[in-house]
Design a protein around this ligand. Structure first.
Ligand SMILES: [Zn+2]
Length: 96
């Protein structure tokens, strides 16, 4: 995620919080509206963070889980996942 996108996301959520606060303060008079707004904002920020973490975690997991990484011997080009090449005994490997 690039910086501009991140700032836009933050602005989006800030305006959502702002809109929620305005709506609530219209319905509920001032000192009581704060009591309602704070838990909602806390819940939302918790929910967003959890959602974003899951997204990030999911990507990491699928990357880790995918068996698409193959190692090839740099000397003879044999595909293997041992420390040493079974063909020529070289420890040099490349990802392909
Ligand atoms: Zn080899």
């Amino acid at each position: 995620m690039d910086n501009k996108n991140f700032i836009l996301q933050q602005l989006k959520w800030i305006s959502i919080y702002f809109a929620i606060s305005i709506v609530i303060s219209f319905i509920i008079p001032f000192p009581y509206s704060i009591i309602v707004i704070i838990p909602i904002v806390l819940f939302l920020s918790f929910y967003i963070r959890r959602r974003e973490m899951r997204k990030f975690g999911g990507e990491t997991f699928s990357m880790f889980n995918s068996n698409k990484i193959n190692y090839y011997c740099m000397v003879c080009g044999t595909k293997h996942d041992n420390t040493m090449c079974p063909k020529c005994g070289s420890k040099m490997k490349r990802i392909g």
